[in-house]
Ligand binder design. Structure first.
Ligand code: PCA
Length: 203
């Protein structure tokens, strides 16, 4: 059976959970005739990129959908672009804090997601969940795995990244976050299922 590679991240930045880790755990093992190959990534620039590229080579998936948290956003946001830059606002979970460093020395400044972005947004909105395409994946580990995977596979199979908002427990009663938006955990799962289904149906 052909597979879809779906990745998520461990917690970082003082949080005790990452909503994408929970979503990954709750995804089914199969969808639309494809197996789902799940991979949880550490929030570490070097190891996360090595792990996702290594698993890509091992399983030759039909598509790659990577998930991460973007606290402060109010919608599920498929990313259009990965940029060849690393800037760590906070050290990664291995203590690495690159400043203005290229991910791939001499590589293209930008690489573009090859996921069906508009179809994904439409499918998520059909579930009544907020979604929009983003053109800014940040300069931290999420952007780095997006750029690294696209550089590794040349976008030869649909490949991209989707950011999700905080969930309630990451905001309510947390100092400095009280005014930030959050999304219901069930809505995030439902939206990501719609996104993965859209990718599978496009193959
Ligand atoms: N979000 C971070 C890294 C891990 C995650 O879930 C980011 O947006 O780079």
């Amino acid at each position: 059976m052909e597979t879809l590679l779906v990745t998520a991240f461990e917690p970082f930045g003082g949080d005790s959970m990452n909503p994408t880790e929970r979503v990954l755990g709750e995804l089914p093992d199969k969808i639309c005739g494809f197996g789902i190959e799940k991979l949880l990534l550490p929030v570490e620039f070097k190891r996360a990129a090595q792990m996702v590229c290594g698993r890509f080579d091992a399983v030759s998936p039909a598509a790659v959908v990577m998930l991460g948290q973007a606290g402060g956003r109010s919608a599920i946001t498929p990313e259009a672009v990965g940029r060849n830059i690393m800037n760590a606002r906070i050290p990664d979970n291995a203590g690495f804090s690159p400043v203005n460093r290229e991910i791939v020395p001499g590589g293209a400044a930008e690489l573009y997601s090859t996921l069906p972005l508009d179809g994904i947004v439409t499918a998520i909105r059909k579930e009544g969940i907020a979604a929009e395409v983003s053109r800014d994946a940040g300069e931290y580990v999420c952007n780095s795995v997006l750029y690294s995977m696209l550089a590794h596979n040349g976008g030869c199979v649909p490949t991209g990244f989707i950011h999700v908002p905080f969930v309630r427990e990451q905001v309510e009663g947390v100092p400095g976050r009280g005014n930030l938006p959050f999304m219901d955990e069930d809505a995030i799962l439902c939206g990501i299922l719609a996104a993965v289904r859209t990718v599978a149906e496009s193959l």
